[in-house]
Design a protein around this ligand. Structure first.
Ligand SMILES: *Cc1c(COP(=O)(O)O)cnc(C)c1O
Length: 393
């Protein structure tokens, strides 16, 4: 028998999973239980805190190794990393870039920084990211190819690239998306800010796009305080990424010569030191996050009116932020449910507002966004810190 959605029941299920004491439980908190103090102290003791030092290189090498790509270039944050990825595939003023309507604002902002126009794509209920089938059918309708380049029939602007964002750590169906990119001659960039430790068919996310961006903001899987990285298998693009993120200065023992307008997007050594220590613990973070997700999944399996979102069958997800999806009939109860959990000190939050509804992107092109609209009304993120999964074992 379906008794419908019972808010107090959901709050008590959350409490039972989280073993609620008196302190508030936040959505995603960092944990510093490794060599963070030692490495950061080393920076302070030696004076290497800023734009040079051994930890940046070490962090880049460890990141490349962990994600299975040839090169990682550290950056000051994920947004800056994404900006450089877009520049390096040649995104310029007048271009269009396809990206999900359901994403964090940084994805669209980075497109705008290049002078290009974000063009919003609908979501897939299986992954919460771009729906490759729907994108394909949409391009059939609105795009044409001339001299090997893809154009928007309606705006006559070139469509240059797709940004795949792996929502809350759940990988997009990359094989299907790559097939669409190939057919329409589009570059694939991955916004892998949320998917460090997530795999699509056994290969790490961020290793499929020509370039990909990671974020190490305080709420992400690992943190450097603030930070990001560019991933690529292309050695010349990696060199350019380093050049552009470090003011485009030519290497020379004393002379200051810059050969183009570059950016001060480098990650300080002290932040990279944190990153090295955090990366040493990532396997444990992911293991605990997945254990927490499994506990949620079991606890919510028989609860009416709401579903715990599980990784797509082709993926192994880091479960960066766990998701409860309200059934369609109960979406109007979302804010009441969120308020009830907050009263109990369990911090939850709704999905991001869709990009096409934000004032600065309202006039940008978009396809039918019915799936994204539905998800926007029904997503609730629940506490997901790795530490919450520790006592599950
Ligand atoms: C966190 C995040 C970024 C980058 O964020 P920064 O705070 O600049 O490191 C980009 N895209 C998505 C989807 C994110 O979640």
């Amino acid at each position: 028998m379906n008794r419908g959605l019972d808010i107090s029941q959901i709050v008590s299920v959350l409490k039972s999973v989280l073993g609620k004491g008196n302190a508030s439980i936040h959505l995603h908190e960092p944990k510093f239980a490794g060599k963070e103090w030692i490495y950061v102290k080393d920076c302070l003791d030696t004076g290497w805190v800023s734009s040079a030092g051994k930890y940046v290189e070490e962090f880049e090498e460890k990141l490349a190794h962990y994600t299975g790509v040839k090169h990682a270039v550290a950056a000051v944050n994920g947004t800056a990393a994404l900006h450089i990825c877009l520049m390096l595939v040649g995104i310029k003023q007048g271009d269009e870039v396809l990206l999900p309507a359901l994403t964090f604002v940084a994805t669209a902002n980075a497109v705008y920084y290049c002078g290009a126009t974000p063009h919003f794509i609908d979501s897939d209920f299986q992954s919460l990211g771009i729906n490759p089938d729907k994108l394909h059918d949409y391009l059939e309708e609105i795009a044409f190819i001339r001299n090997g380049f893809c154009y928007n029939r309606l705006t006559l602007r070139p469509i240059k690239a797709v940004i795949a964002m792996h929502t809350f750590g759940h990988p997009v169906d990359l094989d299907q998306l790559l097939a669409v990119c190939q057919k329409y001659n589009l570059e694939l960039i991955e916004d892998a800010a949320e998917s460090l430790g997530s795999y699509y068919k056994k290969k790490h996310t961020g290793s499929y796009g020509r370039l990909s961006a990671l974020s190490f903001n305080g709420n992400k899987i690992i943190t450097t305080g603030g930070g990001g990285a560019i991933l690529t298998n292309d050695s010349s693009l990696a060199k350019l990424a380093k050049h552009l993120t470090t003011t485009a200065k030519l290497t020379h023992p004393w002379a200051f010569v810059h050969d183009q307008v570059g950016y001060n997007y480098r990650l300080p050594n002290i932040n990279a030191a944190l990153g090295c220590a955090q990366l040493e613990q990532i396997e444990n973070f992911i293991k605990n996050k997945r254990a927490l997700a499994e506990k949620y999944q079991r606890a919510f399996a028989k609860i009416d009116g709401i579903t715990f979102f599980e990784e797509p069958g082709y993926a192994q997800s880091n479960y960066w932020l766990n998701v409860l999806l309200l059934d369609k009939d109960y979406s109007e109860l979302r804010d009441t449910l969120i308020a009830s959990t907050h009263e109990q000190g369990i911090l939850t939050r709704p999905s991001w507002t869709l990009m096409n509804k934000l004032p600065m992107f309202q006039s940008c092109p978009h396809m039918d966004l019915s799936a994204a609209e539905s998800l926007e009304q029904r997503i609730i993120n629940i506490p997901s810190s790795a530490v919450l999964g520790e006592d599950v074992w």
